[in-house]
Design a protein around this ligand. Structure first.
Ligand code: URA
Length: 189
């Protein structure tokens, strides 16, 4: 049974729930502000993350930091995690059974964080969290509401590395997210 952040960390650190435990170097637990109302969920750790055990420390992380900065946010303002905690070899998409095996960790993170805004980064996260037929191209930047939480999705930062013209589109989505967070904080103060 998991009750605390430390419990999740301990379980993730030695997890053998799927075959990725044989190929990973380090599992990558979510990071950031555990009091934040804003949770970002991406797909899976990349190669750099696998080496360091920290999410978004590679080139996608650089793009993410620029996006955050351009809309007035910092890493310390957010909590960021992945659908699966171990690097899939060759950066392939996570398999269904890997996502299912890892999902309890994300559930516990969400339970402890109690985010009021969830942002899915990329198709894999959006299809697992929002709806299986989510189309990033058509639906990025749209919002749905579940219980006390507003959910949205935008392109994964790696999509910007492949196509720099997406930067402005994703920045607009991020600025809307920052606005929603600011409204939330204003209501609470
Ligand atoms: N890409 C992801 O989806 N997650 C990371 O942690 C890093 C890159």
């Amino acid at each position: 049974m998991i009750y605390t952040w430390e419990d999740i960390e301990e379980h993730v650190a030695v997890c053998t729930c799927c075959p990725l435990c044989k190929t990973r170097r380090l599992p990558v637990m979510g990071r950031g502000n555990r009091q934040s109302a804003l949770m970002l969920i991406a797909e899976a750790p990349g190669g750099q993350e696998d080496q360091q055990g920290i999410p978004f420390v590679g080139s996608s992380g650089e793009v993410l930091d620029r996006l955050l900065q351009d809309c007035g946010l910092k890493r310390e303002d957010i909590y960021i995690t992945n659908i699966i905690k171990c690097h899939p070899p060759g950066n392939r998409d996570p398999k269904e059974e890997e996502k299912e095996a890892c999902f309890p960790y994300l559930k516990y993170e969400t339970y402890l964080l109690k985010p009021e805004i969830i942002v899915c980064l990329g198709r894999v996260a959006a299809q697992r969290i929002i709806t299986p037929d989510f189309k990033i191209t058509r639906q990025h930047g749209t919002w749905i509401y579940r219980k006390n939480c507003a959910l949205t999705a935008t392109y994964h930062p790696s999509a910007i590395l492949r196509d720099a013209s997406k930067y402005e589109i994703v920045k607009e989505d991020f600025c809307e997210i920052a606005k929603k967070r600011a409204q939330l904080l204003a209501k609470q103060s």
